[in-house]
Design a protein around this ligand. Structure first.
Ligand SMILES: Nc1nc2c(ncn2[C@@H]2O[C@H](COP(=O)(O)OP(=O)(O)O)[C@@H](O)[C@H]2O)c(=O)[nH]1
Ligand SMILES: [Mg+2]
Length: 440
């Protein structure tokens, strides 16, 4: 859906990550490329300009998240400002007396009839009793198309030949009310060009049945044109939302990013294919993740959540350097390490002695080893964890029995702990490396 743009942005972010620190120029260079990428994705010029200014101001300003490195901070800001550009998540506003009426308008071929079917199916799955209305009597094929959709969905389609659409809409509403329907969806006529007769007709329908939602259906590929269309439609009927169709055919994504800002009308649905279930409710957060490349954004959120753990780890490292590192710290560290995800990657980050030990075994074995270690430390008393020196043979036997392990396992753990302690003492003495960052 956004393949081209996502690829470009991922490339820019990758480049950014190569720099440790970011100068103002690094940020400017990256923003220049983001700007180009957005323009090439057919995003509206004014929207791009606004967006870049907001990101730049924050990125070069004084926002600092201690948990994130400079490149990640820029990506976090880009994500937040992209979400702001995309607007609020929107739902259909189904209020008032039943049946609530939804009217679909838009140019011919934009996907109105398909959207009518999709929305009908969605609402029915949410417990509504839905009736479709074929208010496009000028093209017999259009009526047949909606009837076919209705049959596939098993949803009734209302149609009266030779009756002008405003009358027909009123009849449909009447029938729906008597039949206990809760929602009616009107598929109206579209012409290839806006014309006065069509506009008059839409206005007449709108006045006659006062829909709760008038959704303008817009083809993502021709959205620029649709902005002018939206102005035309809004002169005759209030537009309450947009349905952006054929997103599956638009590798650039400019429509989805621009149209909310440009028209001021919220997007309510995205059409993502010809099938009747190819409809998504509009979710700016999810959309932004998709545009920026899922991995990056999810990674950031996780990183931020780890921030607190990281501070604890740093404090522990300092105690360790001071020779106050206890088995309790050892256990706490293991617990934090295990929160960080796949073991293969974590092993690389472990402090020296433990890291060396862990690297010699497979991730599966390491996982097992972690569990054994945790069990052993859990079986120790508080005093034992803080003063491992008192762990004599009888205490070791008791701990092994309590944790369902062997005395050798306990011995091995204590040796690992001693090794780690010794290693840090050596580092401290050489004094060259300063405090190691265990999880940074
Ligand atoms: N790929 C794709 N095709 C769509 C989508 N929505 C509609 N179409 C197709 O676009 C064409 C026109 O759709 P239609 O609903 O008849 O448009 P209408 O003239 O506005 O009623 C049809 O071939 C639909 O199958 C969509 O989200 N993705
Ligand atoms: Mg149609």
């Amino acid at each position: 859906m956004f393949e081209n743009l996502t690829n470009r942005l991922e490339g820019i972010f990758k480049q950014l990550r190569r720099h440790g620190k970011l100068s103002e120029k690094d940020v400017d260079d990256a923003m220049r490329e983001v700007r180009l990428a957005l323009l090439e994705a057919d995003v509206n010029y004014g929207v791009v300009k606004d967006f870049i200014n907001r990101v730049r101001e924050r990125a070069i300003g004084h926002e600092v998240y201690r948990a994130l490195n400079p490149a990640q901070q820029v990506i976090k800001i880009v994500n937040e400002e992209l979400i702001a550009t995309l607007g609020e998540p929107e739902r259909l506003n189904l209020i008032g007396s039943r049946p609530r009426t939804i009217m679909l308008v838009g140019l011919q071929g934009s996907g109105k009839t398909t959207a009518a079917g999709k929305i009908a199916g969605l609402l029915r799955s949410q417990g509504e009793r839905v009736m479709l209305v074929a208010a496009d009597p000028y093209r017999p094929a259009a009526v047949r198309q909606l009837e076919t959709l209705g049959e596939r969905l098993n949803i009734p389609v209302f149609f009266e030949a030779q009756v002008p659409p405003p009358e027909m809409a009123a009849h449909a509403k009447d029938k729906a009310e008597k039949g206990g329907f809760t929602v009616i969806i009107l598929d109206t006529a579209g012409r290839s060009q806006l014309d006065q007769a069509l506009m008059d007709e839409l206005q007449a329908i709108q006045k006659r049945i006062t829909p709760v939602e008038v959704l303008l259906v817009v083809d993502a590929m021709t959205w620029q044109e649709a902005v002018n269309i939206a102005k035309g439609f809004r002169q005759v009927t209030p537009i309450t939302g947009l349905v952006l169709t054929k997103m599956d055919g638009d590798a650039r994504g400019g429509a989805a990013i621009s149209i909310r800002s440009v028209t001021g009308v919220p997007i309510k649905f995205l059409g993502t294919g010809e099938a009747l279930d190819a409809l998504e409710t509009y979710d700016p957060g999810r959309l932004s993740s998709r545009i920026l490349g899922m991995g990056d954004v999810i990674g950031l959120i996780e990183k931020a959540e780890l921030a607190l753990d990281q501070e604890t780890a740093q404090a522990q490292a300092e105690r360790l350097m001071a020779g106050e590192f206890t088995l309790q710290d050892f256990a706490d560290q293991l617990r934090q390490v295990r929160k960080m995800g796949p073991l293969g990657q974590i092993l690389e980050m472990l402090p020296g002695g433990m890291g060396q030990m862990a690297r010699q075994i497979s991730p599966q074995d390491a996982e097992k080893q972690f569990k054994i270690t945790e069990a052993i430390i859990n079986s120790m008393t508080k005093l034992e964890r803080h003063k491992p020196d008192i762990l004599n043979a009888s205490r070791r036997r008791r701990i092994a029995a309590g944790s369902g392990t062997q005395v050798q396992d306990v011995n091995r753990l204590i040796k690992q702990y001693r090794d780690a302690q010794r290693l840090f003492k050596t580092i401290k003495k050489s004094g060259k490396r300063g405090i190691p960052r265990l999880f940074g």
